[in-house]
Design a protein. Structure first.
Length: 150
């Protein structure tokens, strides 16, 4: 299956990494392709670029969790950071808290009127996803708290 612009970009970067002898980049990109292929097999359909990006974000999160658990000076830290950097470079830049607050300006009253922070975050996510914004849950939560306390 494996098609889509993101997958094609990953494949191009694998070829470049092989030519340059960059084994960390080559291996993490091959791992990403494998994750996407597995997700496609489960779904029995080609993944959208958005779904493929979600698979990349899952790998990044896994690496970040591993980094947080490693003791300082561990030999794996540099490679894991490089993997996060490589995978992150394939994703669109995510909005900052300030950009999210600005994007939600039109919905400020609904967010403030929500019964609790969870409901307010749900309202915010609905509007952000509808606009196609690239956001992380943690950043949205921080933006919602900022809006509700302002």
């Amino acid at each position: 299956m494996l098609s889509g612009m993101l997958v094609e970009e990953i494949k191009k970067r694998v070829v470049t990494a092989v030519k340059e002898g960059d084994s960390v980049t080559r291996d993490v990109l091959r791992l990403a392709l494998g994750e996407i292929q597995t997700a496609e097999a489960r779904k029995n359909a080609v993944l959208s670029d958005e779904d493929a990006a979600a698979a990349l974000r899952k790998l990044i999160k896994s690496n970040e969790e591993t980094l947080a658990a490693l003791p300082a000076g561990d030999d794996r830290i540099a490679a894991l950071k490089r993997e996060v950097e490589v995978l992150g470079s394939l994703l669109p830049a995510q909005m900052t808290v300030a950009q999210i607050v600005e994007a939600l300006a039109a919905h400020r009253d609904a967010i403030k009127a929500a019964g609790n922070d969870g409901q307010a975050t749900g309202i915010a996510m609905k509007h952000l996803k509808a606009s196609g914004a690239a956001v992380s849950g943690g950043e949205v939560t921080a933006a919602v708290k900022q809006i509700r306390t302002a």
